[in-house]
Design a protein around this ligand. Sequence first.
Ligand SMILES: [Zn+2]
Length: 180
Amino acid sequence: MFESLKYIMEIQDKAKDIIYKTYYKINMTDEDIDIHNNSNSCYLYFQNFNKDNYKVKDHDHLKEKNNYRGPACNNCNIKCNKNKYFKLPVIAHNLKGYDSHFIFQYAGLLNRSISVIPLTDEKYLSFQIDNTIFLDSYQFTLCSLDKLVDGMNKSNNKELFKNFNEEFNNITDELNNLLR
Ligand SMILES: [Zn+2]
């Protein structure tokens, strides 16, 4: 488990590195420029701009083209820094009831910041190690993994897993079911 956690942290650090090093200049369409010039309130918190909290162009630094997000106030723009909003999601089924114990035994050894949303002393709804957030898919589906996979297998909908099947077209049916 400790090795797996270290591996997840490695992936997180690599992703973080790419995100922090990537900076594309703002690239707006004519429509964006119109929207920006005609707005008088922040698109994030809807308060009006003023002399101290003035209008700025918020843009996605990770996108090369059409990266304008909206007219933001200066305060919101500063708060929306990449460090705060980059999160790597790790999803486990029944994390709350079971898996979190195994992960948490080793989390402290990583020497990284940890925060939890506790349900009780022992059960955590979700927790975060650095920028990696651990979520419980059971909270969204309330169904066993076995039943979920079974339901998907019974469906003849060709649109399901279309991209997945195109990408992984050389694997056995068993592996296909497992990876879904
Ligand atoms: Zn704002």
